[in-house]
Design a protein around this ligand. Sequence first.
Ligand code: AMP
Ligand code: MG
Length: 522
Amino acid sequence: MIKNQKFKINSTFTNELPADKNRENRPRQVEEACFSFVKPVIPKKPVLLHSSEVLKVELGLDNLSDDQFLALMTGQTQFEGMESYAMCYGGHQFGNWAGQLGDGRAINIAEIEYNNNRNVLQLKGSGPTPYSRGADGFAVLRSSIREYLMSEAMYNLGISTTRALSLSLTGDEVLRDMLYNGNADYEKGAVVCRVAPSFIRFGNFQLLAARGDVDNLKVLTDYTIQQFYPELGEPNRASYLAFFQTVANQSKEMVLNWQRVGFVHGVMNTDNMSILSQTIDYGPYGWLENFDPGWTPNTTDAQHKRYRFGNQPSIVLWNLTQLANALYPLIEDVPALEKVLEGFRDDFQAEHLVMRLSKLGLFTMVEGDDQLMNELEKLLYRSEIDMTLFFRDLNKFDLENRAATLDRLYEQTYMDKVHFQNFVNDWTSWINQYAERLKVEEISDTDRIERMNKINPKYVLRNYMAQLAIDAADNGDYSIIDELFQLLKQPYDEQPENEKWFVKRPEWAKEKIGCSMLSCSS
Ligand code: AMP
Ligand code: MG
């Protein structure tokens, strides 16, 4: 047990919400409860691979010794006065109600308050819980590296997300069938310590509602409002509705940001939707490279592509509809709930256009802008242009110099030069229109470029980059993890020494597992 000196222990979740009375750690249905007390499995030979020093300081954990930190981060010990637990939730998976899911491989080890910030520390991959169903409760190194790097990268992009404090090896081996094709193999086990003010998901509300447990649904909703949205006031129908409206607004912000940077979550099940609208559960996510709204990195979703890039906003709305259904027993006002959902649809449409135009450096909309944008997106798609490279470099295009512009586009396409010729005329025409349009934008070039560079990131964690870190780590070399971690701290900044990461996906990565294809197996 570690005695903490710096921060306040504040176990509100376990103090205020109903606990599972059964302490047995075996897979089962857990009713009339929001969580189960459970302890992490003590790992065989834990090693800390990386940690976020900035976050450590923010959380008030910087006074711990290295041994204490490692012991905490890998579940060998806990803070005195705190009991670890797994949360109970359900969810819609790929559009189908799946019943109880819960933290099958995540254990919350502490809820702490420091500098007026409250956070829960959660170990992902530290062993089975009553919610593990048929699985082992562990996580493998490859998916843990991906979650660790992406959480902090997303945070540094300024997008609402759960964070990651540490990445450790457990020293244990984990059996996985990476592509679900009968070829199981042992992989290195790992644990990531995730951090968020709360890990409550849409699915926590849904499960209680599905079971008709309105009493506990109310307890959970009251708790969430009181702890995270106290400005909404005392619990009553009006504040419940205002709560739903707030979640809708914040979820809209989150998905607008995903669309802005080209992030594809990959598994937007309702159990992976944070009630605080933070990006959560980094599994088979990916980044749009050739601009294809129909793309999803998740092979488990290859057939229907439910979670493809272009569908993410509609899925957020679909998920919000499920949350509305769950909250209905407390609000009992269908028109009011529908109004929130309709508002989401309308506001999203308007704000989506504003956001897309801002990527072009167009900040005051004029007639014809939507058409200009639509034409561009069609062209980006058809001529297979890399999204990140295109938008970041757009302000460097010499719009008067047609040959140079086409050369630049050629650097950004995944097509060969011969096929790309088919699009030269369309590109020339679009560039001319854009150059004309820029003339009526009342902003200096310097200001426009500065603003565009804060909207269009220079460095994102492409799957092939994460895969390079994973391949090296499998061979005992953890240096690329740190290199990418440092690179992605300033994703909007020019980093001349890191230009090698500002390139389109290399040819070798096109069909490689982990680079273009990922499954839910982790
Ligand atoms: P995910 O696709 O990661 O959001 O997981 C969906 C559900 O499966 C959640 O309830 C997870 O806790 C559970 N799950 C995923 N992997 C494991 C595992 N290795 N052991 C136990 N539960 C798991
Ligand atoms: Mg999940």
